[in-house]
Design a protein around this ligand. Sequence first.
Ligand code: HEM
Length: 203
Amino acid sequence: MAAIIPVSFVGSDVGTYRVLRMETVVGAPLAPVTAVTSHAQHVALDGVPVSAWVLRGTSTHVRYVEQSEQNTLRAVQPALGRQDCSHAALIPIRKSDAWWDLPQDERRAIFEARSQHIAATLKYLPAIARRLHHSRELGEPFDFLTWFEYAPEHAGLFEELVQLLRRTEEWKYVEREVDIRLISSPGSERPAPVGPCSVRPAE
Ligand code: HEM
């Protein structure tokens, strides 16, 4: 059975990652913070003193990936927590009611046949490690908490990737997006990967 792995991202003044920049791409902003920490459990805002916000999600099963894509992803997708990947991005995203009103096959058609979310982004692996967390079913302000890790020399590559996705038909349904770029804080213990990426890398 696919594991259900909880995560909470805490925005605060101190934490495992220092904020390099925080930009509201569309929709309402998040309160500005200078640090972000992830926890492998669901924590409440009042359980983490002096935090500005807590975003919760779970890493669970895939919704759109087909078998051949899964095989390809497993072959190239790196694990999180690589030592040289000091840079990270947390990009919380909410899609519109128009998206959620569509049937599954139409969402898949927009996501892959027309936007090539997987086909066009595979070339960014293994430079970029990723994990997708779902939040919608938890009643959170965002539907997804997307998390990425990469080495400093791949910061430009990551920028190219996000710009590519933002030009797609899929992104017409994104009504809230906040882009938070991070660097691991000096001396802080980055947590070990807490579970599989949304598609597990090859064993
Ligand atoms: C590194 C290259 C990337 C790859 C290989 C990739 C791959 C994937 C895959 C396979 C899924 C589908 C998971 C499923 O079947 O449920 C997915 C979903 C998603 N990805 Fe990416 N992705 C990449 C980059 C990004 C970036 C940079 C963003 C944000 C700026 C992003 C945002 C999302 C979102 C929001 C979803 C959920 C879509 C939905 O369920 O409606 N991805 N991605």
